[in-house]
Every structure is written in C-alpha cells, then in structure tokens.
Design a protein around this ligand. Structure first.
Ligand SMILES: Nc1ncnc2c1ncn2[C@@H]1O[C@H](COP(=O)(O)OP(=O)(O)OP(=O)(O)O)[C@@H](O)[C@H]1O
Length: 233
C-alpha cells in the first residue's frame, strides 16, 4: 500500500529528512512516533506532495508519488487531516464536508454526509454552523469527515487529538477504530502513546529525520530502552 524508501527532504539548504524508510499494507494502522522537530510532519507533507522531496521514493498502490503535485496525490486516494485542522472558517459544517467531496477512484459504497454524521452524530446537530464557530473537537471530527468525503484509501492524521479534551479524544480513537479496515489504511501522528499503541499494527519512530525503530505495539511496549531513548517515557 505505502512504501517509502530513502526519503530525503530539505527546506532550502537545511536538510530535515535523511532517508526515511517505512512500509505498511492495506487496512493497516501505522504510526509515526518521535519527539518534537524530528521530522514527522515533514514526512507526511512529503508523502502528500505539500513539500517536494529532494530524493528517495514513495510508492503508493504501485504509483510513484515523488514529483507529483499534491492535488494528484489526493486524487490517487490519500486524504490528509492536517495539523491545526484548517477548517474553512466561512463555510458551514455541511459546506465544509461537501466542498472537496469526490470519489476519483470510484470506490463502492462511497462516503456521504449521512455516513459522516453516523460516525460523528454530534456533527449532525451543528450542520448549519459556520466552521469558525465550532469547538476544537467538532472541528477535528469535521476535518476527519472532510478527508473521508474524498474517499481515500489512506487517511493520514497529523496530531490526531492535539489539544482536545479526554472525552473527545476517546471519540476520535473510537471512530478511527471503526473505519479502519479492508479498504482504508491509516497513518497517524499523535502524542498520546497509549491510545496510539492500542490502535496501531505497526509503529515507526523518527529521530532526526531517520526511522530508527519499527515494530508492533507489543514489541514497542516491551522495548523499554527504545521507549526511553527515543520517546522519553
Ligand atoms: N517550513 C519549514 N522551514 C524550515 N524548517 C522547517 C520547516 N518546517 C519544519 N522545519 C524544521 O524541520 C524539522 C522537522 O520538523 P517537523 O515539523 O517535520 O517535525 P515533527 O516531528 O513533526 O515535530 P512536531 O511534533 O513539533 O511537529 C524541525 O527542525 C523544524 O524546525
């Protein structure tokens, strides 16, 4: 499904990624872990074509993504829930959901507004509210719903539950557990390790622009040295 090999990315003359390698399969949930500033967001932005990698390869469902513009990558089936949500502030919740809706891959049983409301019933009550009047939790649910409305095969979440109350965080994790599966893989960054490990099939720890550890959640829970050394726990 996604195979990243030797990915390097620079901002101007400053190199941030030094050869990221990661791979996971259809229907899997993968995490990117690591301390602040280690390159997780840059990895995600490189996959999505928001920043242009300087080297390496990103193959998604058999297609090379490096060099493709971000709209084409989105059309190939990658949906991004960006850090900070980036809800359209002057559109209603409903308009936010339909504004970028598409089914470029012609997936059967595509996402609809009603299906998003079934996943997050709290959004249905707020359908006419402007984006900027929604709470942080509602905005994050909407950002997930908006990404799902593009009918991705890979959903990428950067800081999935940052700044949200515990109850809302739980709703987000429940929703992600519910939608993962045969047709949808998930790549997620979050600071909440225990929640992440519960949902993940495979975890990648990024340290100074390289993947320094990979393994299942059980393997990571058992590797106290890696937890301490790379994640400070
Ligand atoms: N637009 C940019 N221009 C220059 N340097 C940047 C830019 N964005 C990020 N960086 C730098 O690249 C490095 C990696 O940042 P990145 O945001 O990818 O890390 P991260 O692991 O996602 O951290 P965080 O959890 O803090 O978002 C950091 O040193 C950061 O300062």
């Amino acid at each position: 499904m996604l195979k990243v090999e030797g990915l390097t990315t620079h901002y101007g003359s400053s190199q941030v990624l030094f050869g990221i390698d990661l791979e996971f399969g259809t229907g899997q949930v993968a995490t990117l872990l690591g301390r602040n500033g280690m390159g997780k967001t840059t990895t995600i932005h490189s996959i999505c074509g928001i920043v242009r990698p300087s080297g390496g390869s990103i193959v998604f469902d058999g297609e090379e993504l490096v060099g493709k513009p971000s709209f084409r990558i989105a059309n190939l089936g990658i949906g991004l829930v960006p850090e900070g949500r980036q809800i359209f502030p002057n559109l209603t919740l409903w308009e936010n959901l339909v504004a970028t809706a598409s089914n470029h891959l012609g997936l059967p049983d595509p996402w609809t507004v009603e299906k998003v409301f079934d996943l997050f019933p709290e959004l249905a009550e707020r359908r006419s509210s402007m984006g900027n009047l929604l709470s942080g939790g509602e905005q994050q649910m909407l950002a997930i719903g908006r990404a799902l409305m593009t009918n991705p095969k890979l959903l990428i979440l950067d800081e999935a539950t940052e700044g949200l109350a515990p109850l809302v965080r739980r709703r987000i994790w429940e929703a992600l557990s519910r939608i993962r599966g045969e047709n949808l893989s998930i790549l997620v960054v979050d600071k909440n390790l225990s929640d992440l490990l519960r949902i993940a099939d495979v975890n990648f720890i990024v340290e100074r622009g390289r993947v320094v550890w990979r393994g299942t959640s059980d393997e990571l829970r058992a590797d106290r040295e890696a937890l301490h050394r790379y994640l400070g726990v």
